[in-house]
Design a protein around this ligand. Structure first.
Ligand code: ASC
Length: 148
């Protein structure tokens, strides 16, 4: 109970903007964040296909995916609570918990950029620029906090 409380309290502290989420076991938190990143990556990838001219630009499809990305981006933050460093295969580095202020700052940069995607998705050139700006924040966090 004490451990669970600590996890929930730390998760809330780490990610004030994230969706409410609760986990009975560290394994559940790890599964949750991995699932959220998988779905987020899928919809971000659909924007990337348009931004990089692999599929024709379609403002309606881009807007749908941009809205999903902006929402999904808020989910994984709640699942990095204390005690979720291990428990299932994870590429999350210990630095997430060791330097949580830096991790939170990197996560929030990503939230700032993903939040701009819906407005940017109406126009192909704007989407391209905002896709790149957002992807840089994904990469920034991966470089420091995710194992290869
Ligand atoms: C993607 C995706 C990411 C980011 C990142 C950007 O399409 O799934 O995690 O872009 O690779 O560098």
């Amino acid at each position: 109970m004490k451990v669970l409380f600590a996890m929930v309290a730390t998760a809330a502290a780490l990610s004030p903007l994230a969706a409410q989420a609760q986990f009975a076991k560290p394994e559940d938190a790890i599964k949750y964040r991995q699932s959220a990143y998988t779905v987020l990556g899928n919809h971000f990838g659909r924007l990337g296909a348009m931004a990089n001219n692999r599929v024709p630009f379609d403002a309606k499809v881009a807007t749908e995916n941009a809205n999903l990305v902006a929402t999904l981006a808020k989910l994984p933050g709640a699942a990095f609570g204390a005690g979720t460093e291990t428990g299932l295969n994870t590429r999350a580095k210990p630095e997430i918990w060791r330097d949580s202020a830096k991790f939170q700052a990197a996560y929030e940069k990503m939230l700032v950029e993903t939040a701009k995607l819906p407005a940017a998705a109406a126009d192909a050139a704007t989407l391209k620029t905002q896709f790149a700006a957002t992807g840089a924040t994904c990469k920034g966090c991966h470089d420091d906090f995710r194992r290869d």
